[in-house]
Design a protein around this ligand. Structure first.
Ligand SMILES: [Zn+2]
Length: 243
């Protein structure tokens, strides 16, 4: 539910992004009646999706879900239910932002800069952590299920949050949450600030921190933005990452 609302707060596609998204959709034969839209893609393949469907493949090296979600969101519900091969195949696109399909006699590379959102139950029966409940299989219900997501894949996910079950009381309480339109304005403002920062540094190939082109240059950029006191903090962060 939360993930499905995400596209409503994302900024519209920039003209260059729109072109890339449209080209991939066209290659995949998904450009309905030639209509272009500046809405960011939101793809939610079922957990029975094959590896080829996820990262691309087949006789004509068709782009997969991960490329069809380029510049948008790839939402994987019931994350541990995907096959280990399919999940493993996500590691390369998450790392590099593109997806290579190797055929017998040629290779095709499609862009795949995505925001991955994954959701999972805490255990196979879905009840672990509920007050007053014990899984029939005990602690293994939780540990075996969570172990289906490999460490290297988990490492590529920046934010992990536990969402407690919704109670009947939550449902009848008055709605105090922000509307998507208000959040979308904040997101757009943040994007503008970031674009202006990049412009000051002469960077044209990135619009967000995640796509900063030179990993080694990130600390320079952060130091620049944080001012004189920033460098020490950045070095500390870098050290922390290495430990
Ligand atoms: Zn359980």
């Amino acid at each position: 539910m939360l993930a499905q609302r995400l596209p409503s707060i994302l900024p519209p596609l920039a003209p260059k992004e729109l072109l890339e998204v449209s080209m991939i959709a066209s290659v995949a034969g998904e450009l309905g009646e030639g209509k272009l839209t500046d809405r960011r893609p939101f793809r939610a393949p079922h957990h029975s999706a094959s590896m080829a469907a996820m990262v691309g493949g087949g006789m004509r090296a068709r782009p997969g879900e991960v490329s069809l979600a380029h510049h948008g969101v790839l939402f994987l519900d019931e994350f541990p239910e995907f096959t280990p091969q399919t999940l493993d195949a996500l590691r390369q696109p998450l790392e590099t932002g593109d997806c290579m399909i190797a055929r017998a006699n040629h290779r095709v590379t499609y862009p795949a800069r995505i925001q991955l959102i994954a959701a999972m139950n805490p255990c196979r029966c879905g009840m672990a952590g509920e007050p007053g409940y014990r899984c029939l299989r005990g602690e293994r219900c939780r540990t075996d299920y969570q172990a289906r997501i490999s460490g290297p894949l988990l490492d590529r996910i920046d934010l992990r949050i536990e969402v407690p079950a919704v109670s009947a009381g939550d449902l009848i309480r008055p709605d105090r949450s922000e509307k998507s339109a208000a959040v979308a304005l904040r997101v757009a403002r943040a994007r503008t600030i970031q674009r202006e920062r990049f412009e000051r540094l002469g960077v044209t190939s990135a619009t967000t921190n995640a796509h900063w082109p030179h990993p080694s240059g990130r600390s320079d950029f952060l130091s620049h933005e944080l001012g004189a006191g920033g460098a020490g903090g950045v070095e500390a962060l870098a050290r922390a990452r290495q430990t």
